[in-house]
Design a protein around this ligand. Structure first.
Ligand SMILES: [Ca+2]
Ligand SMILES: [Ca+2]
Ligand SMILES: [Ca+2]
Length: 463
């Protein structure tokens, strides 16, 4: 079995290497008012396609999601507002998407529409076929509609549950389309549907989460996609294992097989979510190149490049007097999970490795003994810094890190979690970062030592 799988792996990789990778990858969300986002405050940000777009960007920022929902639209072509007669339908065809999510059926359940129920299968197949025949050959996912928690607007939950959902299952089988079961995923969410039919922002988030892949191809969360992640696929071969279900891209098919391997191969040796990376391998000049994004950093003062003196190739030596590195805005710590890591050597108690200008010191040392701390904290009255008991100013190389995972705050030294707590609502802002100096450039916060390999991820990475 192992031998077969490794052969399949090699073939998958060869296949991917010969495929010309498209640039932008478009997901078209076809649907009714639930997709459109009727009644949702700040619809452009909170509709389910908008939230799905942000989730998918974490998987791969090449993907984009567009909302083609039309309020009142039906799947049935003889009903009162057929989707295929709306301009949005023609826009989907013209956009030539790479993936299509169809979420229709709710308005079909109205009695005056459901009299045409005998056409449901053929009309659904018509819709799938017109998308499938596009030159872009999109992969198609079809959704079991969300529940109707009140039979509002003439919509019937009994028809959705007892008639439409079994038909959607049949259609999926007939067309080998993938099914996303939003009915089950949202069945306990009535509180998030104020009128019983339309989700609020929180409900739309649950819809997006039910569709989006649960992880990046870095399954073990160590930062890089490599053989270790591939072996997790092998360990779960043939299972319904959501963590690894990344193929067909981008939403998977509830089974781990060669399609997941093909998608993984596309990301092999990439570092998903690495949004800024200063290797500090320069030999001269006043610019530190960002190898992951477009945020080259500016060297201030007269630090010394140490091309042979770093932990990973070269590093930058700061004098503790007037040297630091300034960057543009990278990330607002208020908003999402993130991880920052750096190699450091030297320094002294009270000095700072990484801070946000005008914000908080993200990675710094306790003024009394040089223990690693973070002063990035909540905005509430009980908020406080997180202190470790691990000295990092002992003149040895240490890899230090701060990881934000939901409400958890964790400090790492040399791959060991040295302090952790929960802290709600971190204070943050849209300012740039300082490497090697405190948030307000206070005397005594200038780092006196080496800094190397500074990485920022927009997700949780376990060192
Ligand atoms: Ca990995
Ligand atoms: Ca799969
Ligand atoms: Ca380096």
């Amino acid at each position: 079995m192992k031998k077969t799988i490794s052969l399949v792996m090699i073939l998958a990789i060869l296949f991917v290497l010969t495929v010309d990778m498209a640039n932008a990858k478009l997901v078209a969300c076809v649907g009714d008012s639930i997709t459109y986002g009727s009644g949702i405050s700040n619809r452009n940000y909170n509709s389910y396609p908008a939230q799905l777009d942000r989730m998918l960007q974490k998987f791969d920022n090449q993907w984009q999601v567009q909302n083609f929902g039309v309020s009142g639209a039906t799947l049935l072509r003889n009903a009162d507002k057929p989707y295929v007669q709306q301009s949005a339908y023609n826009q989907v065809l013209a956009a030539e998407p790479d993936a299509v999510i169809i979420k229709l059926g709710t308005n079909d359940s109205k009695p005056h529409n459901w009299i045409h129920k005998d056409d449901f299968i053929s009309d659904y197949i018509f819709l799938i076929d017109t998308f499938a025949e596009l030159p872009s050959k999109p992969k198609i996912w079809i959704c079991k509609p969300v529940p109707a928690f009140n039979d509002n607007f003439g919509i019937s939950n009994a028809v959705i549950k007892d008639e439409i959902i079994p038909l959607v299952s049949q259609i999926a089988e007939l067309k080998s389309a993938e099914v996303i079961d939003l009915y089950t995923a949202l069945s306990d969410a009535s509180a998030l549907f104020p009128d019983g039919i339309h989700p609020n922002a929180e409900g739309a988030k649950l819809i997006a989460e039910a569709i989006a892949p649960v992880s990046t191809p870095d399954f073990n969360g160590d930062g890089i996609v490599d053989a270790a992640d591939m072996s997790i696929i092998v360990d779960h071969w043939g299972e319904n294992y959501p963590l690894c279900d990344i193929g067909p891209a981008p939403f998977g098919d509830n089974i781990i097989d060669v399609q997941d391997l093909i998608v993984l191969a596309e990301y092999l040796f990439t570092e998903p979510g690495l949004i800024a990376y200063w290797k500090l391998d320069e030999t001269e000049g006043i610019v530190a190149k960002d190898s992951a994004g477009a945020n080259d950093a500016n060297i201030v003062g007269d630090p010394l490049w140490q091309p042979d003196g770093g932990m990973v190739d070269g590093a930058l030596q700061l004098d503790g007097v007037d040297d630091y590195v300034g960057t543009d805005f990278i990330l607002n710590p208020t908003e999402e999970s993130f991880s920052v890591f750096a190699w450091v050597k030297g320094g002294a108690a009270g000095q700072v490795v990484l801070s946000q200008a005008g914000g908080a010191n993200w990675l710094s040392t306790n003024p009394s003994d040089g223990n690693l701390i973070t002063e990035l904290k909540g905005t509430g009255r009980s908020a406080s810094p997180l202190q470790s008991q691990t000295i990092i100013t002992d003149d040895n190389w240490h890899r230090i890190g701060l990881v934000r995972d939901g409400s958890l705050r964790t400090l790492y030294v040399d791959s060991v979690a040295v302090a952790q707590d929960t802290q709600d609502g971190l204070g943050g802002l849209e300012n740039g970062l300082y490497i090697g100096i405190g948030n307000a450039m206070q005397p005594g916060t200038y780092w006196s030592g080496l800094i190397d390999d500074v990485r920022i991820y927009n997700r949780v990475v376990t060192p």
